[in-house]
Design a protein around this ligand. Structure first.
Ligand code: HEM
Length: 499
């Protein structure tokens, strides 16, 4: 065969394979998109300009839901890429009950921070680690954390008290430091004093840099390219901050391993020294049936995942609950009466208290319904997704379970925009669809930390209400998605110390 043929034939083969794949994907795309009627869109941007990840996007989405479908919306990201937004418990269930992987774009940006921990891994690695990590959230492990949450909340209460009577405070920043304080104690037994330190430690500064720089990256499209980002000053700062966080976790893991080795030799396990077990203890002791444990790199990824997933989410949940209670004083008073009757001024809460705050719990849930800290989760389809009405979405497309949209779907919730905690009374919850209220997602990839989060939120809300009367201050907060749901200009509340 002539020399040119050796070059030409493989190239021609490659091009034809690609062409065939492209044609097949176009046919399957057409087959999928033809089944849905999309709201009118711009020929180039698609729905990108209408679908803003903040409060201004909500009326548009609401209108689309009422005009087109309250089950699934086909929207366009640019001219060619459809995105399926599932906005009803039935359609959310169809995606959340699968093991489809997370989408690479958004979740991929998290990889340098949290590696291949539980949130991002999939397949057999995820299966194994979910099984090994589940005991870390057993109630026997969570029980002593109630004291740690009380401690962190009391530090915050002292800080607020020292600001003087009638001060106005931005909730999220303070609560985010408080939940970081707690998650560091619960996961690593690390007492950072981050709430009171005048200067943040390099580690705390790095955690904050990461959150800020991550949001900047999501918003600035050129930064979506790994090459451009790693060459930019922001990217360099981001990767440096990730190194600081990783080095910190690695050091703690190394030290703990050494301590455990020593303790075993002298037969003095940590738990007998009166310390509660933290997540790191569980991760170090986790074993497969054949006795294989997690590697140091896997433990580090899981620790970093807990730190990342476990503080701003909860801070968002507490901030919005306090906001709703400041807005609806009758419910705030009712919660305070409930807390007062239980605690009688006690400043440390117990595990048993957790089931004794039914109305406060309803208020937290109603706030999670209206302002879920994680407003939606997305998946890349690897096989057909069959919707309850028989329509199919082809592999390769993105399906987004709209948690917030489902929580406000008028087919499911009466007067969805009204804050009404009694929706969560036992009688009113009895016949509710299992996927109507999904702040912690649902199905196999649901939030492993949901009980931890609910306990932390109950402790914080109860102790804060015991100490302060909360009043609105300034215009209503305008929500936006910044990894978690936050308020653009903060949630500012006036605090009146209770006598
Ligand atoms: C109010 C607080 C919280 C909310 C609203 C929340 C919400 C969620 C949601 C919606 C998911 C699913 C994400 C997805 O599918 O992409 C998730 C997953 C996860 N959450 Fe949470 N979360 C909260 C607190 C926590 C806490 C405190 C921890 C750990 C201490 C935690 C650890 C995780 C982990 C590890 C996953 C991944 C689970 C898996 O894929 O197997 N979360 N969370």
């Amino acid at each position: 065969m002539a020399t040119w043929a050796w070059v030409f034939l493989p190239v021609a083969l490659l091009v034809s394979v690609k062409l065939v794949k492209f044609v097949i994907s176009q046919i399957s795309q057409r087959r999928t998109t033809r089944q849905f009627v999309s709201p009118p869109s711009h020929w180039l941007y698609g729905h990108l300009k209408q679908l803003l990840p903040d409060e201004s996007g909500w009326p548009v989405l609401k209108q689309m839901m009422s005009d087109f479908s309250n089950y699934v919306l086909q929207l366009w990201v640019g001219p060619f890429l459809p995105l399926y937004i599932l906005i009803h418990p039935d359609t959310c269930r169809s995606i959340l009950s699968t093991h489809e992987p997370k989408d690479e774009l958004f979740y991929g940006f998290l990889k340098p921070m949290i590696g291949d921990g539980l949130l991002l891994s999939h397949g057999s690695k995820w299966h194994r680690n979910r099984r090994l990590l589940t005991p870390a959230f057993h109630f026997e492990i969570l029980k002593p954390y109630v004291t740690l949450f009380s401690e962190s909340t009391n530090v915050l209460i002292d800080k607020w008290t020292s600001l003087g009577p009638g001060c106005t405070v931005e909730m999220f920043d303070h609560l985010s430091l408080m939940t970081l304080d707690s998650i560091l104690k619960c996961s690593l037994s690390y007492h950072s004093n981050c709430q009171t330190a005048n200067e943040p430690s390099p580690y705390i500064r790095a955690v904050y840099d990461i959150s800020r720089l991550f949001v900047e990256r999501v918003r600035f499209v050129p930064f979506h390219s790994d090459i451009i980002y790693s060459l930019s000053p922001s990217g360099r700062r981001f990767y440096k901050a990730c190194d600081v966080v990783h080095n910190f976790s690695e050091n703690v893991i190394r030290e703990r391993k050494a301590q455990l080795a020593e303790a075993k030799e002298s037969d003095l396990p940590r738990r007998r020294k009166g310390k509660c077990l933290d997540f790191l203890d569980i991760l170090l002791e986790a074993r497969d049936e054949d006795g294989t444990g997690l590697t140091d790199a896997e433990i580090r990824d899981e620790v970093d995942t807990f730190l990342f997933e476990g503080h701003d989410t909860t801070a968002s949940g507490i901030s919005w609950t306090l906001y709703h209670l400041a807005k609806h004083l009758q419910y705030q008073d009712r919660c305070r009466r409930e807390v007062g009757a239980l605690l009688h001024g006690r400043t440390t809460m117990t595990w048993e208290d957790m089931s004794q705050l039914p109305f406060t719990t309803m208020c937290i849930k109603e706030s999670l319904r209206l302002r879920p800290p994680v407003p939606g989760v997305s998946r890349t389809l690897t096989q057909n997704l069959v919707l309850p009405d028989g329509r199919k979405i082809s592999p390769g497309f993105q399906a987004f379970a709209g948690i917030m949209a489902t929580h406000q779907n008028p087919l499911v919730w009466e007067d969805p925009e009204v804050f009404d905690p009694l929706r969560f009374s036992p009688e009113n919850s009895r016949d509710r669809h299992s996927h109507a209220f999904i702040p912690f997602s649902a199905g196999p990839r649901n939030c492993i930390g949901q009980h931890f989060a609910m306990i932390e939120m109950k402790v914080a809300v109860a102790l804060i209400l015991q100490n302060f009367r909360l009043e609105l201050n300034g215009p209503p907060p305008f929500y936006e998605e910044r990894i978690v749901l936050r308020a653009r200009n903060g949630i500012w509340l006036k605090l009146h110390k209770m006598e």
